[in-house]
Design a protein around this ligand. Structure first.
Ligand code: NAD
Length: 490
């Protein structure tokens, strides 16, 4: 059976322990992935540390040229990357192609690194004194990523880290690791020196070794909230800069004045696309007043019409979930709920693949597990409230704060929502407000531990640190007497 290997300093190798990788559409094990030991992680960090010495001195022009080459290669291998994603994650090919495009857009942004790192210069800040600031790389940065976007989420991190002069060790999800191996080959083809981008595969053993390693300067994590909280605490305790993006329960508030046909279409796509396994999936609808009945009717009709099947089949609109354990967890949450199950997708769960059909609950209460827990499957719940105020209170009381959307025809209501909602990314008649690469992506509350969002300007800030220089060139006229007072501009 094929083994998916680490890429350390440009060399591929395995470990004694390996983990299974499945095709979720068939339930068949298709490969084994190496599970790194602490010693493997040590080697990867050492390779990255060695490469940093030269890479951090490479000119911006050359770093940018590597990113342009990488952009072209990712474009040319987009179909191959998408097929790897579908084979191990299960999402439809169309969806996987979209993921590759959204990830590649971060490389587009990183191509502009000379502009992104332009410092700020102040001439004559004081008499004969100039001041300027610029940003320098941190060193070895680590990325730890989830299964649900095996191409896009790592691309949120490494292009900007590398373009700004750092070296990188990626620990991708052990469930769909193949795409990261291809990305490593493409970087090599783009002219990136060995050791600048490394991949260590595995599980908690590899993660803990990265979190504790004294030579890792910064950790970017994306995954579930309990692990994000743990990663943040442990890596901060080890003195690192950390951004740890966690789970989500994203709400769509629908007002009675919204175009309900459009809202139902948009919400259906956002709830069931990728079988609900998106951190920006809409998993809770808050129907306000008279919107509820006609909205639920439309949502139910749309959910029943979704074609579920293998992701590689062009007829499929929704694929399986990632593992048998994920399927069983989703089913047990649905089984145990006392809310009204309007659309029941459990009958699809009998085959060997990891399928769950679309489920829709109505009249859900905020105390119910199907609302409180991040289900991360094709399950949408509808809660009913009387006013926009009540809807805002409900959304803001939820511990997660990744994305939130409002559907309305009223500019005033939309403005009130976008200003008052406690979430990091807001959509107005847009269900999945995933920011473009030149803006930054991140949530609030339990959806993000740390201070900066990923990619965009906040990504550049995360992977660099500021330096402020003040300089004077004393001429013959300079005062000869020492001055002991605190320096002020004059
Ligand atoms: P996960 O937390 O199980 O795993 C994420 C990473 O952490 C993986 O690389 C995994 O190997 C590692 N890991 C898992 N358990 C660990 C442990 N106990 N100690 C150390 N490392 C551990 O997440 P997942 O199931 O792969 O991905 C789905 C989750 O990711 C969902 O909660 C989803 O909302 C979240 N997510 C969030 C965002 C965001 O932007 N906020 C984006 C994508 C996914």
């Amino acid at each position: 059976m094929r083994t998916i290997e680490h890429v350390i300093g440009g060399t591929r190798r395995s470990s004694a322990r390996t983990l299974p990788v499945y095709d979720p559409a068939t339930g068949v094990e298709t490969a084994r992935v190496a599970a790194a030991t602490a010693a493997d992680v040590d080697d990867a960090v050492a390779a990255a540390g060695k490469a940093f010495v030269e890479w951090s001195e490479v000119s911006l022009a050359r770093r940018s040229a590597v990113m342009f080459a990488m952009r072209d290669l990712v474009d040319r291998h987009a179909e191959e990357l998408a097929r790897l994603v579908t084979a191990e994650h299960g999402k439809t090919l169309d969806d996987a192609r979209g993921e590759v495009t959204r990830g590649r857009e971060v490389i587009d942004y990183a191509c502009g690194v000379p502009s992104l790192l332009k410092g700020a210069y102040t001439d004559q800040a004081s008499t004969g004194v100039d001041a300027w600031t610029f940003r320098q790389p941190l060193g070895v940065c680590a990325g730890i990523t989830p299964f649900n976007f095996p191409v896009m989420v790592p691309l949120w991190m490494h292009p900007l880290a590398i373009a700004t002069g750092n070296t990188f060790v990626l620990k991708p999800s052990e469930r769909d690791p193949s795409a990261s191996s291809l990305i490593a080959s493409l970087y090599a083809d783009a002219g990136l020196p060995d050791g600048v981008f490394n991949v260590v595969h595995g599980d908690k053993v590899a993660v803990d070794a990265l979190l504790d390693h004294p030579d890792v300067a910064a950790v970017s994590f994306v995954g579930s909230t309990p692990v994000a909280r743990y990663v943040h605490q442990r890596a901060v305790a080890a003195g690192k800069r950390v951004q740890a993006l966690g789970g989500a329960k994203n709400h769509a508030v629908v007002l009675p004045d919204a175009d309900l046909d459009d809202a139902a279409r948009q919400i259906t796509g956002a709830a069931y696309g990728s079988a609900g396994q998106r951190c920006m999936a809409i998993s809770a609808v808050v129907a306000v007043g008279a919107a509820a009945d006609p909205l639920v009717e439309r949502l139910a009709a749309q959910a029943r019409a979704i074609v579920v099947g293998p992701g590689a089949d062009p007829a499929s609109q929704m694929g399986p979930v990632v593992t048998a354990a994920a399927r069983d967890r989703i089913l047990s949450l649905v089984d145990s709920s006392s809310a009204e199950l309007v659309v029941d997708g459990r009958n699809l769960a009998d085959g060997p693949g990891f399928f769950v059909g679309p489920c829709l609950f109505d009249h859900v209460g905020t105390d119910m597990p199907v609302y409180r827990e991040e289900i991360f499957g094709p399950v949408l719940v509808v809660l009913r409230v009387a006013t926009l105020d009540e809807a805002l209170d409900l959304v803001n009381a939820n511990p997660y704060g990744n994305g939130a959307a409002i559907f309305t025809d009223s500019g005033a209501a939309a403005r009130r929502f976008q200003r008052g909602v406690r979430a990091g990314m807001v959509g107005v008649n847009v269900p999945i407000p995933v920011p473009m690469a030149y803006h930054s992506f991140g949530g609030w509350k339990d959806s993000l531990f740390g201070d900066t969002h990923v990619h965009g300007p906040e990504g550049v800030a995360f992977y660099t640190r500021a330096k402020a220089v003040t300089s004077r060139w004393p001429g013959p006229a300079a005062s000869s007497a020492p001055s002991l007072h605190f320096p002020t501009a004059s």
